[in-house]
Design a protein around this ligand. Sequence first.
Ligand SMILES: Cc1ncc(C[n+]2csc(CCOP(=O)(O)OP(=O)(O)O)c2C)c(N)n1
Length: 576
Amino acid sequence: MNPLSLDLRNVNSLWGGVLAETLARSGVRAAVVSPGSRSTPLAFAFARHPGIEAIPVLDERSAAFFALGLARRDLRPVVLLCTSGTAGANYFPAVIEAHEAGVPLIVITADRPPEMRACASGQTIDQHRLYGDYVRLYHELAVPEANLALLRYLRQTVAHAAERSLAPFAGPVHLNAPFRDPLVPSGDGGSTEAFGSAVDWEGFFGHLAPPRPVAAVSQIPLFPHSARGVIVAGPAVTADPLAHAAAVGEVARRLGWPVLADGLSPARNHAASVPHLVTRYDAILRSPAAAESLRPEIVLCLGEWPTSKVLRGWVEASGAPVFLVTERPDNRDALHGATRRVVVPLQAFAEGMPTAVEPGGYERLWAGREAGARAALDARIAAEGALIEPKAAWIMGHHLPARTHVSVANSMPVRDMEFVWPANDRGYRVFCNRGANGIDGTLSTALGVAHGRPGAPARLERVPHGPEVQGKPDHRPHQQPRRGDLRAPSRRPVRAGLRGVFRDPPAGGLRGALRGPRRRARPCRGLAALREAGRKPARPGDTRPRDSRRPQEGRRLAQGRVCLGGPARLIPKTFP
Ligand SMILES: Cc1ncc(C[n+]2csc(CCOP(=O)(O)OP(=O)(O)O)c2C)c(N)n1
């Protein structure tokens, strides 16, 4: 019986089909394939599988970042498939980012069989443990054979790898997959067909299911609500930002403590779910008097530490005990404080808090400071005539259409964004490679984030100059690929609605400080819209979405392709 339409033309095609079916039943929906001959059996298997979208991206480095963006958005494992040799080495930066940030990737490097290694056969390197400790699991698969015991081994090993990409904590896994010839699905005289037709394939795959989330392991501590406690909501990798923000909000409600929300925390873009929300902590804490008067007695950090060095420094200097709520098993305490880890999913942590009490007044101190700093910052940026970089982030935070996906570059844009991005309820999703803070892969990651969302364009806030432009030619927007279409990427682009706000060439930031500004802005389509939008800040207290107030501007911004350049002037970061 072969109800699953496994390709029984030869051993390799059967092996590839079992691997693809196992991954599909384990929750995989996309495989990013960089073509090459050794990976052909698996490329065919992914292309034929009705439940998996096979996406060709020629350049492996771009492919890996693209897969990273896609997996980061959906928190669902994405397969990366490449051929033997240096191909897999080009995945390395994205694998590191996935490891650090906790993004599920299933990396499959095709390989020559053992007898063809270390003997000067073509395109062969030692791929064994290529990514060292940067993967949650490494396994060298057996050379394909058509026997049931070996296929059972393949099924369980691949299902286990998929599970390890998500649990106990998400990250990359690596399977090295050797193949003997023939690599194309040529017939073998019917022997695989005869073998495969006798197997009950539904029964063979029937028990497989997507992995479940991990359960809580830590006891949830009791916090004295009367204490001057502060919640730090860090960057989050989540497929459900609203649920994440609601959990942060629930913790704040039950404790009555203020929430200092990082620019990459969903709390900023779902502000109605989060009481006592503070976004201007960086500006506030730059004042020594304010920092002293707001000194906390307890710090509760939800997830990762925030980007702001000022906030980290303030926490460190306070000497307050820190509770770090995390699902990660590794050490995340860069502050080396008196830190207690609470290893539990955020949702379970929120539900485990005692029910709400009256806030103690500390949150009002913060609210007063927040209102003052926000007004001063908004006035300062609104008065800024030039389109300096923080102003671009500020304008975007006020004017992008609801639910826009925003990909932010390292290193200055993410800082600008943290400093000026407003609390709002427009449900933006903000992505940034903060696992290893690389300035590489920005464009490809953004394309992965945007993939399959042609109706809701992502925007890219400034691509770092130089290091990564290969991703671009492969990705033309708004075209629907046919399933199983593995034509050359230039002829079969991925689906990504992407609008960019680029600064090109680089003029400021770290590089600018080293070299000095080089060229003036090159205005292009959309720049005028951005400028115009920036000249009309909201009236204080007007909470309507900007795009509903000025639909014309919102639309123009949505359509804009903007290159930012010129003087990368910084705004003063302290306010009276
Ligand atoms: C892959 C990689 N190489 C080098 C660095 C170190 N680095 C951090 S910021 C920076 C300069 C980036 O300049 P630019 O692209 O203009 O961005 P800006 O700092 O202005 O935001 C460099 C080289 C890095 N983080 N990642």
